[in-house]
Design a protein around this ligand. Structure first.
Ligand SMILES: Nc1nc2c(c(CN[C@H]3C=C[C@H](O)[C@@H]3O)cn2[C@@H]2O[C@H](COP(=O)(O)O)[C@@H](O)[C@H]2O)c(=O)[nH]1
Length: 341
């Protein structure tokens, strides 16, 4: 078995060997053109992380960094068996589902005086307390609540032992390198090790570790400890929403066999060939979209609000998927139950 491939290397290798998932060159071009129209707008710049999302912290301090770390430690698997029957969390007059239900529950706990973002709290929090903190307004609870409890205890203990209980200390050990921070996270926190095998190679997606680096960069507004010189080496985050929106936009295609399987709602296990092909081709597809967009910007001499990278494309496409949930109803997302995305 060869050495571990980086997410970008993994994605290219998977795309070259994929049997059931394909990247459509014309679709890539069309998505790049869609994004070109947004290039100078608020969505394709890092500031959107705060201005467009009311649940994200406004501050850029240590508490905000530890909020991001807690959220991304639990940032996985929100899909429900039946979409019309899912976990919902009401907070300050609005109702949130999916990923945002996690953020709403955390902010609700903080408002209730529960120090849920403090490692000394979640290192020893009981499962009953976790069920209470992440309680749903419907009879459908947040998926994998037992795993979330286990991961909270495990992660809190490590943060206390190795980083004096604050993720900011981990960030400061990264010498402002995104790659160094990524590796500090996957080396020290087991639940972030999103690694599997494909065609005899060990491949990595590191979805939660990469989005943690990205959200840390965003919450620190790219300044001070968050001024990562190599932030553009971070790729998109291989979750279950981006593939769905890339298929919807025509940049990604599934074989008939795979599409029928997904339409039947069949689950794909983590690390299975088709699940790896969906995640790897999606990641590579966003890399190609980014290359195409940068070429278009160059040709047009367009001004942008700062460097456009795969993180900003990912954030935009993820938000797009949220805003076009109804339109995307006919396109299935793949159902994998795991702690990695
Ligand atoms: N690729 C990608 N995947 C992302 C995100 C986010 C949240 N980031 C936002 C927060 C601040 C920024 O402004 C981002 O907009 C969550 N997820 C994943 O989606 C899935 C949940 O989906 P649904 O069931 O529809 O809520 C689940 O796997 C979760 O891990 C992202 O940005 N990119």
């Amino acid at each position: 078995m060869d050495g571990l491939l980086t997410p970008r290397e993994s994605a290219e290798f998977i795309a070259e060997n994929s049997r059931d998932v394909f990247i459509d060159g014309e679709g890539v071009q069309r998505v790049a053109e869609l994004l070109l129209a947004k290039a100078a707008g608020p969505e394709l710049r890092m500031g959107g992380w705060k201005t467009l999302h009311e649940l994200n912290p406004r501050e850029a301090d240590e508490a905000a960094v530890n909020w991001v770390f807690l959220i991304d430690t639990l940032n996985f698997s929100f899909w429900s068996e039946r979409d019309e029957h899912k976990c919902l969390v009401g907070y300050r007059g609005k109702t949130y589902s999916g990923y945002w239900s996690l953020c709403a529950a955390v902010n609700r706990a903080l408002d209730e005086g529960i120090p849920i973002t403090s490692a000394s709290y979640y290192a020893t929090v009981t499962q009953d307390r976790v069920r209470h903190i992440f309680r749903s307004d419907t009879d459908v609870s947040m998926p994998l609540i037992e795993e979330r409890h286990r991961i909270l205890n495990e992660t809190g203990k490590i943060l206390l032992e190795k980083f004096e209980g604050s993720f900011l200390n981990c960030v400061q050990k990264s010498d402002k390198s995104a790659q160094k921070l990524l590796h500090l996270v996957v080396e020290n926190f087991p639940s972030y090790r999103d690694v599997t095998q494909f065609e005899g190679k060990i491949i990595s997606f590191y979805k939660r570790a990469q989005i943690l680096v990205a959200d840390t960069w965003s919450v620190l507004e790219g300044k001070g400890d968050g001024c990562f010189k190599d932030i553009s080496s971070i790729t998109m985050f291989a979750d279950y929403r981006l593939p769905q929106v890339l298929v919807y936009l025509g940049a990604l295609k599934y074989s008939d066999e795979l599409l029928e399987k997904l339409l039947r709602g069949e689950m794909l296990s983590y690390g299975s060939r088709q699940e790896v092909e969906i995640r790897g081709c999606s990641l590579w597809c966003v890399e190609l979209i980014r290359d195409c967009l940068l070429e278009l910007l160059e040709k047009k001499g367009e001004k942008t609000g700062g460097e456009i990278n795969s993180i900003l494309l990912d954030y935009y496409l993820w938000d797009y998927a949220r805003d076009h949930r109804e339109d995307m109803k006919g396109i299935p997302f793949h159902r994998t139950r795991c702690i990695y995305y």
